[in-house]
Write a protein that binds this ligand. Structure first.
Ligand code: BTN
Length: 334
């Protein structure tokens, strides 16, 4: 355990009694000044800590942020190697890629409270203010590039299953968007997006960085999981903490990813389709520049994770693209 985590654990264990700086310094084998520095760093992260090295320290509040010290204890799976980050960064995907290049093992996680250069699919910016969950995971699947093709669907299915375990009715929009159904007072919309970046030779993947961004508390343009939405859709005004949302998505990803590694994507197709919002709907699929690739009825995904669309000219199978749902009242993007 890193010293900062050990300090946090000691504060949590001590509760209202608090813990003396001297005791902590002795237990960790560091000076009292070093303990004071850790306390200052934890305060900077948002932890409310009363007291000083002389008077003893008491943890009075824990921030509602997806910090490693909060997410880590909620993870039950042994899949995750190390949780890093937690504050502000450019992009957790960039940080995770640097770690992967330096040899970080599968299951290394990078978290951020906000990103200044968050990226989405098609090189779009991913707005990342505080209130969202921004997390990237290093994966090292022993697969060829072709075998790894369904991974975006695997990761989004995992994130959706994790959110479902929290009671969130998460659904999927091919290839890798997690969306929420409409509530009586909230429109349907995107809850989370997945961005995969891969380093591979054709016959073997070296590493994959799976980045997930979830719009949890951004009511100005994403009402999901805010109090009204929670009341309407989740049946409770209590919304899960950001740490719980991050941990749930990570757990779901670990579970679906390990299943995929052992049995492939074919047995997961039914589960993916059970979650998706496209089944039987009329869709338009465009490329990154907006050029139309196919228009018709979405009929399923295949064992490579490709979207099958029945167009007026016959069946079209797509391995990439942006889907727009065509609704009776017009076209809308979820
Ligand atoms: C999309 O829907 O376009 C994918 C969005 C992915 C955003 C996440 S946030 C964490 C990770 N870091 C990034 O810069 N992007 C991904």
């Amino acid at each position: 355990m890193k010293r900062r985590d050990a300090v946090l654990t000691a504060l949590k264990d001590a509760g209202e009694r608090g813990v003396s700086g001297e005791l902590l310094a002795g237990a960790l084998g560091v000076s009292r000044a070093a303990v004071a520095k850790h306390m200052a760093a934890l305060r900077m992260m948002g932890y409310g800590i009363k007291g000083s090295a002389g008077a003893g320290y008491v943890l009075v509040s824990v921030p509602d942020l997806a910090l490693p010290g909060e997410v880590g204890p909620l993870l039950e799976s042994s899949f995750f190697a190390e949780l890093r980050g937690g504050g502000e960064t450019g992009s957790t995907n960039d940080d995770a890629k640097a770690l992967a290049r330096a040899g970080a093992p599968e299951g290394t996680v990078v978290l951020a409270t906000r990103q200044t250069a968050g990226r989405g699919r098609f090189a779009r910016a991913w707005s990342s203010p505080p209130g969202g969950v921004y997390v990237s995971v290093v994966l090292r699947p022993s697969l060829s590039l072709a075998e790894a093709a369904p991974l975006p669907l695997v990761i989004s299915l995992g994130a959706a299953c994790g959110l479902e375990a929290l009671g969130v009715p998460a659904r999927l929009k091919w290839p890798n968007d997690v969306v929420l159904p409409a509530g009586p007072s909230a429109a349907p919309g995107k809850l989370a997006g997945v961005l995969l970046e891969v380093s591979a030779e054709p016959d073997s993947v070296d590493w994959v960085v799976a980045g997930i961004g979830a719009n949890v508390r951004r009511p100005s343009w994403s009402p999901f999981l805010d109090a009204a939405y929670a009341e309407d859709v989740l049946g409770s005004a209590r919304t899960p903490s950001l740490a719980r949302v991050a941990a749930a998505m990570l757990e779901g990803i670990a579970q679906v990813y390990t299943t995929f590694l052992s049995v492939g994507f074919q047995p997961l197709v039914a589960e993916y389709e059970a979650h998706w919002v496209l089944g039987g709907t009329t869709v338009r699929v465009s490329d990154a520049h907006g050029a139309l690739l196919a228009a018709g009825k979405a009929t399923g995904v295949d064992s490579y994770g490709r979207l099958i669309v029945m167009t007026e000219y016959g069946e079209v199978v797509l391995s990439a693209g942006e889907v727009t749902l065509r609704m009776p009242g017009g076209t809308r993007e979820t």
